[in-house]
Ligand binder design. Structure first.
Ligand SMILES: CC(=O)SCCNC(=O)CCNC(=O)[C@H](O)C(C)(C)COP(=O)(O)OP(=O)(O)OC[C@H]1O[C@@H](n2cnc3c(N)ncnc32)[C@H](O)[C@@H]1OP(=O)(O)O
Length: 178
């Protein structure tokens, strides 16, 4: 099993590595740094009260490393420029194997095309690998297959069934080289 690489908190990330973006765990204060505005670019949703944000934050924090939300903070502005999440599913099959599910990847429109999305996804995958996952899966729309291919994923065409409450069709991508 891979060894889990620690994800820095905001305090640790600020230690200054000269990078334009600091990738770290989401923190409560991120509600004031444009985190929800960023997620709104992924899926329009009504604004959250601080109380609702805190309640969800605490719920997720209780899951520890099995539910990681990463953000990339712009070192110059302090705003959240990208985010992504990975959930670790614990199975009975595959000798009680674990599977990582990548979700809610988004880069601020003004920061796209600079490799930030790929950095976030690779960090999420690394986390899943570090927690012993034998594969990582995700769903995305057809136009994103090129992006996820750059992140090391390959498309899996067959055997995908989805009951979705949205009308948009989704493709299924599986990283199968593990
Ligand atoms: C599981 C999910 O969450 S699916 C939802 C994904 N999120 C969204 O659709 C929200 C809106 N879109 C975005 O936030 C961004 O465009 C993202 C996250 C898809 C990509 O983020 P970016 O930071 O712009 O991508 P990044 O610059 O890291 O691109 C890495 C590579 O993928 C390529 N790439 C990026 N987007 C695409 C695309 N749509 N199609 C093909 N290739 C792409 C880039 O050209 C780059 O290739 P290169 O290394 O040869 O230059």
């Amino acid at each position: 099993m891979e060894k889990e690489k620690p994800i820095p908190t905001a305090a640790e990330a600020v230690a200054g590595d000269g990078e334009a973006y600091r990738i770290r765990k989401v923190e409560l204060a991120d509600i004031t740094k444009g985190f929800m505005d960023l997620l709104n670019q992924l899926s329009p949703s009504p604004p959250l009260t601080e109380e609702a944000f805190r309640a969800r934050f605490e719920e997720l924090a209780a899951l520890g490393g099995d539910h990681l939300v990463l953000v990339a903070e712009d070192a110059a502005t302090g705003r959240i420029a990208a985010a992504g999440a990975v959930l670790v599913e614990r199975k009975f099959i595959r000798r009680c194997g674990r599977v990582g599910h990548v979700e809610d990847v988004v880069v601020d429109a003004a920061a796209r095309g600079r490799g930030l999305g790929e950095r976030v996804v690779r960090r999420l995958v690394e986390h899943a690998e570090g927690r012993g996952c034998y594969k990582v899966i995700l769903n995305c729309t057809p136009e994103l297959t090129g992006f996820y291919a750059k992140c090391g994923f390959v498309e899996k065409n067959a055997g995908h069934y989805l009951l979705c409450f949205h009308t948009k069709p989704y493709y299924f991508i599986l990283r199968k080289n593990w």
